[in-house]
Ligand binder design. Structure first.
Ligand SMILES: NCCCC(=O)O
Length: 815
């Protein structure tokens, strides 16, 4: 007999894979006893049952490392807690590098893992051979060993989590399909589900979409964007191999393979470079523990390499050729958090084949997020609010996921760009810039000129952990901005218009700086959360008494819109996304005024157009709103131009700029200039976890203006003092590079990581930002230490500064 379906629940979780079970487990642990998990067929019957179950803690970023470590620790304890054998075995793992570039990557990851107390050691090829005698190590360049990594039985991990959830009061139901999610007053109000042909409704204010490869379709039912698509994932399992002993998990990313010894057999899986999307026209209704047809031709090239790597496979005999669908996302990162479209609609899906190791930590993080109304730490990397509405397009997804499956084991070079499904969002200058040598990168679907190739130079990235082929191009662009004038197309900025009778009151509530300013004034500010953490980093321009323009990074637009809408109470305000209506041309450098005078009859003197003001100007035969602000630390104007006039304004600037050496510059140069000036970058240097005062942005916080979200947290921190500070570092050796996530070493001890880095072409070395703990606010406390940055295991001396190393008094900006 079926169990009764409750009529009310605090949360309904949809999907009984490891992800849903983990969310249920963690919510129940937090005391959410009336949680219901609904699984359309049987627990684990979608993807979980056929996962390889590798628990690897070597991840590309600090928070992914933190979450993977949490999963590894949890799974080790789960059997004792629930009595269900999870097969969790801390057999350790080895990752080998076959190239110098891969060695850099795994050594960098090892440094990062160490910063988070993960047990990891660099080992030689001989040590690999001693641990893994079957392996051909003749071309192994380097390797890392993580003794506490492991493997498990994925289905039993899910079952144990489900049992743990039940033990704490959750209800878990199989054979119940959700047919509708209801909403009332902009938030979730319930779900309708079907069991044995009968419909039931559960009243709830929280739904969790943990539907795996069904996640996109389930989201669409509620107008929620969950861009993911299934791909076929292949592995083989050999016949038992005589004498095969217990072995660590092995990853050979340069050959796209992983190896897992289990019960005397060997499992060999692959993340091939061109994957096969699956389920384009939807997934069969009766899909349950299903496999997909073999495709030996597709797997053969991988197997050939595997046999070369592990010659015993040649005679082992294949017991199982497995092909099963798994879901993949456009950027190879999963989705967590509350959907921007609907309050109370949470997502935990799209695990890109690392669902088992991810779900323990992700379930914990999401449960805490739901419980506290805010994530336990910065989760922007996996936040569902990074998804772009257009990404639900199936043609786009189908093309993109052919690439993302292989990315799991690809070299994660800095600045690596996606090669597929490009060109969806283009600025009006795209063709102009392309014709002038632009090499594009992509953010939030926007094509952006990252750097400009010289005449005759190949217009492609050559990736490396060392200086890439565009290093000198960036240097020339950077120095043009520092010494002359450069033009950067920043049309991808998100532009949000907030207007109406209560616009000022509303924005004063959300922003930490004073916005009650004269029309035309531009204010740099942050939106804070109640902890004083930074939710958004933006400029607000007062366009009139009742209208404001908010300018935010392109990547955070959906997040920022959601934050604004979430906090709209009874204020009379309209919020409109204006991003596509205006382009932004940044004219930056000491000669910017000379250029503006050539193309416009307006007055660009300090008296007529001071820093921090926006004015309508004439340019050529068109109009622009010139904002005197800068993200590169120079004199300059951001020109906001209606999209229809953009090409004309660009051509006028280009023609006038020919005589004064106007240089087209890319986003890489924007970044190298801003890091010299220590301007913060949201998502890296400043996140919802970082207190605005510790981020060094106290100058933009006005507690005297009246109440705003985060004010109490600011006052409290002022009272209590800071416990860490954001510091700018410059490597004294001009050769090594900083990207981000390198360990910061203070007086010989790892104290943090580099939050963002680039090359300071003016300062003559790599520059990065990073938080360091401090006992008191005094500069002497922070700066009176010896600093080094650990890059791929090597420590490099660094100078530290709290003030920007470039133009500390901001004299150039106001020149
Ligand atoms: N699903 C396979 C996981 C691969 C890995 O952890 O490297």
């Amino acid at each position: 007999m079926s169990k009764p379906i409750p009529t009310k629940a605090r949360a309904v979780i949809i999907g009984g894979g490891v992800s849903g079970c983990s969310v249920a487990y963690h919510l129940a642990k937090l005391g959410w006893t009336d949680v219901v998990l609904l699984e359309r067929k049987q627990l684990t019957s979608g993807t979980t049952w056929h996962a390889a179950g590798l628990i690897g803690q070597l991840r590309a970023s600090q928070n992914m490392t933190r979450l993977a470590k949490y999963s590894a620790d949890l799974y080790t304890k789960l059997e004792a807690e629930t009595g269900i054998g999870t097969g969790m075995r801390q057999c350790g793992s080895i990752t080998v590098a076959l190239t110098e570039e891969r060695k850099q990557e795994i050594y960098r990851q090892a440094s990062l893992a160490r910063a988070f107390d993960v047990d990891v050691r660099e080992i030689s090829p001989d040590e690999v051979k001693a641990m893994y005698p079957h392996l051909n190590v003749s071309d192994v360049v380097a390797a890392v060993h993580l003794p506490l990594d492991g493997q498990c039985d994925p289905a039993n991990i899910a079952m144990a989590l489900a049992k743990g959830a039940r033990q704490n009061g959750a209800t878990i139901l199989e054979g119940v399909k959700v047919t509708a999610v209801h909403k009332k007053d902009g938030r979730v109000s319930g779900v309708t589900c079907e069991q044995n042909g009968e419909a039931f409704t559960i009243e709830t204010e929280n739904v969790v979409n943990a539907a795996g490869m069904w996640g996109r379709e389930l989201g669409l039912m509620s107008g929620v964007t969950v861009p993911l698509h299934a791909c076929e994932h292949f592995y083989i399992v050999t016949e038992p191999v005589a004498g095969l002993q217990r072995l660590p998990v092995l990853r050979v990313p340069d050959e796209c393979t992983y190896y897992k010894e289990d019960a005397g057999k060997m499992l060999v899986g692959a993340f091939e470079l061109k994957a096969k999307p699956w389920g384009m026209d939807g997934i069969r209704e009766d899909f349950c523990f299903d496999q997909l047809p073999e495709d030996f031709d597709h797997f053969a090239p991988i197997l050939e390499k595997a046999v070369g790597r592990m010659p015993m496979l040649e005679t082992a005999g294949i017991h199982t050729f497995f092909n099963g669908p798994e879901s993949f996302t456009p950027d190879d990162r999963y989705y967590l958090g509350e959907a921007p479209e609907l309050k109370g609609y949470w997502v935990a899906a799209g695990y890109n084949s690392i669902g088992i190791v991810s779900s323990g930590g992700a379930g914990m993080a999401l449960a805490q997020w739901m419980n506290d109304g805010e994530p336990p730490f910065d989760l922007w990397e996996v936040d569902i609010r990074r998804a772009q509405p257009f990404q639900k397009n199936r043609t786009y997804l189908k093309e993109r996921v052919t690439e993302t499956l292989g990315l799991l084991y690809a070299d994660h070079f800095p600045y690596r760009q996606m090669a597929t499904a490009r060109g969806v969002r283009r600025t009006p200058l795209h063709e102009h810039l392309k014709a002038r040598g632009a090499v594009f990168g992509e953010v939030a679907g926007w094509e952006r000129a990252n750097w400009f190739a010289k005449e005759g130079q190949e217009r492609e990235y050559r990736y490396s952990w060392k200086r890439q082929n565009w290093f000198d191009n960036q240097r020339n662009e950077h120095l043009a901005i520092r010494g002359g004038v450069g033009l950067i197309d920043m049309t991808s900025f998100g532009k949000i218009r907030v207007e109406g009778r209560d616009a000022l009151v509303f924005l004063q509530k959300l922003c930490a700086n004073q916005l009650d300013v004269a029309t035309g004034r531009i204010v740099y500010t942050q939106m804070l959360n109640a902890r004083g953490g930074i939710e958004s980093d933006l400029t607000v321009t007062r366009l009139s008494e009742t209208a404001f323009l908010l300018v935010v990074p392109g990547a955070t637009l959906q997040r920022d819109l959601a934050w604004l809408r979430k906090h709209l109470a009874d204020e009379f305000v309209v919020i409109t996304d204006m991003t596509a209506s205006e382009s932004v041309l940044c004219v930056m450098g000491p000669k910017a005024r000379d250029l503006m005078r050539q193309v416009s009859p307006n007055d660009f003197s300090n008296a007529a157009h001071p820093f921090g003001m926006a004015r309508e100007i004439e340019v050529g035969m068109g109009l622009a709103r010139a904002h005197r602000v800068t993200y590169v630390g120079e004199l300059g104007w951001e020109l906001y131009v209606s999209t229809d006039q953009t090409a004309h304004v660009f051509e006028a600037l280009e023609e006038a700029g020919a005589d004064i050496g106007l240089k087209l510059c890319g986003i890489h140069t924007l970044d190298s200039c801003r890091i010299e000036k220590a301007f913060r970058h949201f998502g890296h240097d400043i996140t919802d976890e970082d207190h605005v005062l510790e981020a060094g942005l106290g100058f933009a916080v006005k507690t005297g203006k009246g109440d705003f979200i985060g004010r109490d947290a600011v006052l409290k921190r002022q009272d209590k003092g800071l416990s860490r500070r954001l510091v700018q570092f410059r490597l004294t050796d001009p050769e090594p590079l900083l990207f981000h996530n390198e360990a910061v070493v203070r007086d010989g001890r790892i104290v943090g990581t580099i939050t963002s880095g680039n090359y300071g072409h003016h300062l003559g070395g790599a520059v990065g930002l990073g938080y360091v703990p401090c006992k008191e606010e005094s500069e002497a406390d922070v700066l009176g230490s010896a600093y080094e940055i650990e890059i791929a295991g090597t420590r490099v001396k660094a100078e530290a500064s709290l003030a920007p190393m470039y133009d500390p008094k901001a004299e150039r900006v106001r020149a």
